[in-house]
Design a protein around this ligand. Sequence first.
Ligand SMILES: Cc1ncc(COP(=O)(O)O)c(C=O)c1O
Length: 439
Amino acid sequence: MAASAKQLKLDQSRELESRARKFIPGVTQTISKRPAAFAPGYFPEYIDHASGSHIWDVDGNEYIDYVMACGPVTLGYCFPAVDQAIREQLAKGIIFTRLTSLEGQVAEMLSEAVPCAEMTRFFKGGVEANSAAVRLARAFTGRETVVSCGYRGWHDQWAVTHTPRGIPACLGDLIREFRYNDLASLEAALNASPDQVAAVIIDPVSGERPKEGFLAGVKELAHRHGALLIFDEIVTGFRLAVGGAQEYYGVVPDLAVFAKGIANGMPLAAVTGRREIMNVATEVFITLTYGDEALSLAAARATLKVLCTQDVPGHIWSVGEALVDGVSQAIEQTGVPFAFTGVEAMPAFVATHEFQSRLLDEETQQKAWVYLLGELARRGVIWRKHSLLVPCYSHSDKDITNTVAACREVFTNLSHLLGSGKLQEEIQLAELPVGFKRV
Ligand SMILES: Cc1ncc(COP(=O)(O)O)c(C=O)c1O
């Protein structure tokens, strides 16, 4: 695929979207996948199929994908060993009246791979596992307050701090937040609820790189205040290292939550950690019909086998570094209002709101995003707005070379449009796109 632009045919996407809009509020279930989260009118909405690091939309256009379904597809789409495991399990059955040995096998594999993992409980989604981890921490410590940094998911107790509509306000009394890389803000949150904090929960890396000693400092402060440390490794797990950020940075939490990447896209999540805390799960009420659903567990077993025998994180870091280096050079050469933050295995691509030393207004920055996403799509690249990009094991050097070439071309054109003030005419929007800001 060369970096030359083509006219994108998006007729099928548009037709499907207008039909779905009548029957599904918001068009789809995941806020980060809604049309408004990308570049409505300039971007493909519906995917037909995928393979490795590439996806094909319903209009037949092919793209290199850097969003990878919001993170879970760490090995690549249709990864043969995982798909074969799913097919073999499908022939045997999806879920049963009594137990499947897969549960124990995957829990054992996690114990070998993840430093804190002595025992494990399985769930279907990340938010569910985060909520379960906190219930265990509350039961174990006999305390109720939780101190959190970062995004945890849509459940009441987490969303109350950022999107409170529809949530009982009293839940806000049980959660305090602190800022990433700011131990003083954690200490203040802990001091505000003396002897009441059950757990400090944090995604060890998100849109920022941890400062030297930050994660160890979080652990020390949590323990000094009698709270457990929970790592939300939903994104970092199986990506920074097989054993997640806790292995990569050498800071082992009491409990950890994994989801994306554990089964290469099949719906599986896990709470894992110290035996005496995990054993509390036999005394508190945590139960679900689909926790032992076998297709996802078979996918997890196959995924973990690949992770333990091939250097998946090594590849992810190396393609991530090549991507960040190449695209950063193009940003520097053209001055476009974007930057990378975070770490190369999951770099965040964010707006800087600044072009040629002047501050861009919100509308211009939004139009710059729409232009960028639409023009990259025309050159065969699926990019994301103000959020994490997630290179996978299937991204190749050729993918990166083509992507950097596409970025260079699009940034050069965008820089001219911003400089001449012509971006306003170039991008016509009925309304400014809004979306879910992940980082
Ligand atoms: C760090 C983190 N925690 C929790 C969640 C919620 O996971 P889920 O959407 O599977 O409920 C996400 C999802 O993006 C996440 O990135």
